[in-house]
Design a protein around this ligand. Structure first.
Ligand SMILES: CC(C)(COP(=O)(O)OP(=O)(O)OC[C@H]1O[C@@H](n2cnc3c(N)ncnc32)[C@H](O)[C@@H]1OP(=O)(O)O)[C@@H](O)C(=O)NCCC(=O)NCCS
Length: 181
């Protein structure tokens, strides 16, 4: 694993990223990670939530990335009707900036989707002014573009229901829908 932080050099190849299911010990740290990357109060990270699974990537016991997966879903997703079938969603995937570009998000997404057999899986790309970094991850997992969903987070963002890190005077984030079917 090659990486660089303010305190370390690129010569720390021996350090290995561990992938594990979220446990109670890491719950608060992963919540902080989610708040940092997606904005405070955007998502809740819980060990035992119904129909959810969270996997984390750790380096030296520190969570550096996570992926949240929703399964057995029947309701709308952010008020968008995705399908009439029972479905799953690759809901969130995030890696701390210093550790990006090493395949960590792809590995996390593969782990959460490993048990998926029958139901269609959807994923939503977070586009900030039209750009999304997650498309390589989706491609590696066989997702295909389905639709532009537009400003699905706008109302919650403007109501300050969460603190979007990209927020300007107006909502600049849009969503693009991908799916395995
Ligand atoms: C998207 C994100 C999770 C990717 O994490 P990562 O660990 O760097 O991803 P990977 O290393 O597994 O990269 C997978 C592929 O995407 C490509 N990729 C990663 N970041 C990219 C970027 N900013 N622009 C273009 N391509 C990118 C990689 O090159 C790789 O493709 P390859 O296999 O053909 O080389 C990370 O950038 C992030 O946390 N972003 C903020 C949160 C976010 O937008 N999450 C997605 C919405 S839920």
């Amino acid at each position: 694993m090659v990486r660089k932080t303010p305190h370390e050099t690129l010569r720390d190849e021996e350090k290995v990223v561990r992938y594990l299911k979220l446990d109670i010990k890491n719950q608060a740290k992963v919540q902080q990670l989610s708040d940092l990357i997606f904005g405070k109060d955007y998502a809740s990270i819980e060990v035992d939530a119904d129909n959810e699974e969270v996997w984390i990537a750790c380096l030296d016991e520190k969570p550096i990335g996570f992926c949240k997966y929703l399964f057995n879903q029947t309701n709308r997703y952010y008020n968008v009707k995705l399908t009439d079938q029972v479905y799953s969603v690759l809901d969130l995937v995030a890696v701390l900036p210093n550790y990006r570009g090493h395949g960590i998000a792809t590995k996390l997404a593969k782990l959460v989707m490993k048990g998926e057999q029958e139901n269609p899986v959807f994923a939503v790309a977070w586009e900030i002014t039209g750009n999304a970094a997650v498309l390589g991850v989706f491609k590696a997992l066989g997702f295909r573009f389905k639709d532009n969903l537009g400003h699905i987070w706008k109302q919650q963002c403007l109501n300050n229901e969460f603190q979007c890190p990209a927020k300007k005077d107006e909502c600049i984030c849009t969503a693009a829908l991908y799916s395995t079917v």
